[in-house]
Write a protein that binds this ligand. Sequence first.
Ligand SMILES: [Zn+2]
Length: 407
Amino acid sequence: MPRVLVSTLLVTVFLAPFANAGRISPIDMQPLIAPGYEAEDRDERGMWQLFDRLEEDIANSNLVVRDPELTAYVGGVMEQLLGEMAADFRVYIVRNPDFNASMAPNGMMLVHTGLLARIKNEAQLAAVLGHEAGHYFRRHSVQRWRSMKTKTAIMSVIALGAAAGSGASGNASNNWYDLANAINAGIMLSIFKYSRSHEQEADAYGLRLLAESGYAPHQAAAVWGQLISERKASAEARDKRYKDRSRSALSTHPPTESRMTDLRLSADDLVDTMLDGNGGSNGVGTWRSGIASIRSSLIEEQIKLNDSGASIHLINSLADGGWSSDLHYFLGEAYSLRGGEGDTELAAEAYASAVQYADPIPEAYRAHGYAEIKAGYKEDGYEALARYLELRPDAPDAAMTRFTIGQ
Ligand SMILES: [Zn+2]
């Protein structure tokens, strides 16, 4: 799957190949845009119009997660982070399992579900939102746009996407989004490989916003740390060596050690200078309740990628904040998918743990039921399957489950 978003001017979190050529101080980062900013000259207005069209397509796409609780929650974090400036942004949660987020010049921000799946607290979400907002406030897109020699090629790609989107097919929005993704991955990387200083600015800007709004600035580096250890676990499970791709200008994913170090050092400074030595708030509880309505679907999306090293690492890492029914259940699913020696037993144990909770995820009863039957405990198995049917009478496999237990 292409990992770089739709548009050539969406600046991704990842385009920071080299980080340590002089750290930018967060204190120096001032906004270049005032609240309510509108594109000024013709050049910039043209660019905005392209993104307005793109946004219309994305807003109508069924790839956008439409969950009122989640939307309200993310909106609240934007307000805490940006104050009145938050009104200039629209944040869309896009279904995509990759860790990514991006910022368009017209105020459209995209956050992937794959990013939310890996975040552990509200300060980490704020770190990502703040980084993307940093690109906006520092006017990175328009600077790139003006320095670009190949605007025609980019405009034709966007136009092609829009044309495909207006086609007759039922889920045309999806098609064109994927198409634009595929086409842009290559073009974008070749054009924007020089974006290091912009990424450094966005990192610094994001940290400043965190500190100003009382969030823990160290959580920005923590996000990268989590990502690096997941990548290592994934590589290890596949017998591949993890590479810190900081030297590759074409890498779409450089969550590098050096970038993490810069973020950590700058956070140290901010804690001393702006927070009087107080580390700031993490917001673990508010994060968990904020994403409660979609958390299971976030984890499920990762499990389905069938990267067992990454999945198992991710679940264990999320369980640092406490185990829960869904985490046990999905751990079982990850073992089942891995299907190695002893994995059936590990999965059965995980499912058994999942149904011990007061309010288990219903699918855990199904998985536990079949595991029990397989292990020879037919009655217990049937009981669990009956419980599953009670909770999910309209499940796609309800008829088959009824047949199994002879109802
Ligand atoms: Zn960025």
